[in-house]
Design a protein around this ligand. Structure first.
Ligand SMILES: Nc1ncnc2c1ncn2[C@@H]1O[C@H](COP(=O)(O)OP(=O)(O)OP(=O)(O)O)[C@@H](O)[C@H]1O
Length: 328
């Protein structure tokens, strides 16, 4: 913990350039409400530059509280956090102009056009450059695919367009990091597709995205890194592949002779579980191709042979002992 990097960032607010490998980093970050309620507990979050990081957890697991602490909107009870290599909230005025944020859902004026809503928001930002506001607004609308609808009243926008305008608001200035809290919450399937495709485009452009969500599928489809929250604690984080491979790959053999399959799997050192119609087992280091050719070569009837890659849901269950939708 006591690295050169930590010592440099501890000097905020300073004027030195800071290099960091993580766009977001927290150490022991904790938020307690009263004596008994710990919303976030000793969080060690690391979001690498250039990643799309899925901050995943059921409702109430502490995601929004964490994001609010990162942005300096609420005070941490304990611990330390950095955005773009600088300590927050000490460096807020220097860091936040580089961070696009969508936290509390969009609040736009229904009768104003999308463009006029953005102009209004920009006018409220005292640090924004007035001389470039028109060009920046045009670029942000273009970035989210709302150029054609720019002059239409906000109230006529679809759900997806409304959310894309909220992302445009977060992109009114060049950003290095985008923090999106439940960006597809409440959207219909079309709106969800629009917003996901926009986020994928932004990530391709090299923007780091921290995206909080309670949707497993959102992380599996969009993110390359994931951190899983449960009751205020970060249970695991890493690349999506590493996190998935923290639980074993399984095989499932559908057959009308489960006893014969069970014996063969034991020969491979596996510990199978059988029902009347199929047998499953953790694969371990065994090669599925060899297992299948042995079973079939022995003349055992196989209706279906599947390698079951672990899902995030299985990771969650293995770490918490609860289903993902459990009310925490
Ligand atoms: N101001 C507060 N006072 C007391 N408890 C709070 C407060 N804000 C949040 N909490 C509690 O902290 C815990 C974490 O809430 P948080 O909103 O961070 O979770 P979340 O993962 O973002 O869930 P959601 O998606 O439902 O907002 C919850 O148990 C919540 O009730």
């Amino acid at each position: 913990m006591d690295t050169q990097h930590d010592r440099v960032t501890a000097r905020e607010p300073g004027s030195r350039a800071v290099t960091a490998v993580h766009a977001v980093r927290t150490l022991g970050l904790t938020k307690r409400y009263g004596r008994d309620a710990t919303a976030v507990d000793s969080l060690e979050l690391t979001v690498p530059y250039g990643s799309v990081y899925g901050f995943l957890g059921p409702n109430g697991s502490g995601k929004t509280t964490t994001i609010r602490m990162l942005l300096g909107l609420i005070e941490a009870t304990d611990g330390h956090c950095e955005l773009l290599g600088r300590a927050m909230p000490a460096a807020a005025t220097r860091v936040l102009p580089h961070v696009g944020v969508m936290v509390d859902g969009p609040s736009f004026h229904p009768t104003l056009s999308g463009r006029d809503n953005l102009l209004r928001l920009d006018a409220a930002d005292r640090t924004a450059d007035r001389a470039t506001v028109r060009a920046r607004t045009t670029a942000a609308l273009d970035r989210v695919g709302l150029t054609k609808a720019a002059r239409k009243p906000f109230r006529t926008y679809s759900l997806g367009m409304k959310q894309r305008l909220a992302i445009a608001a977060a992109l009114l200035r060049p950003r290095r990091l985008l923090i999106l809290d439940e960006p597809t919450n409440g959207l219909d399937p079309q709106g969800t597709r629009e917003v996901r495709s926009l986020i994928a485009d932004l990530a391709r452009d090299g923007l780091t995205v921290l995206l909080s969500t309670h949707l497993l599928s959102e992380v599996e489809q969009m993110c390359d890194h994931v951190g899983i929250m449960h009751r205020g604690r970060l249970k695991i984080q890493g690349t999506l592949d590493d996190v998935r491979s923290s639980v074993p790959t399984r095989i499932r053999v559908d057959t009308r002779t489960p006893d014969a399959v069970t014996y063969r799997l034991r020969d491979f050192g596996l510990n199978p579980t059988r029902t009347a119609t199929h047998v499953t087992a953790d694969l371990g280091d065994a090669e599925p191709e060899k297992i299948l050719s042995t079973i079939v070569g022995d003349g055992i009837p196989v209706r279906e042979f599947r390698v079951l890659e672990p899902t995030l849901e299985e990771v969650f269950i293995s770490l918490t002992g609860e289903g993902f939708d459990a009310d925490t």
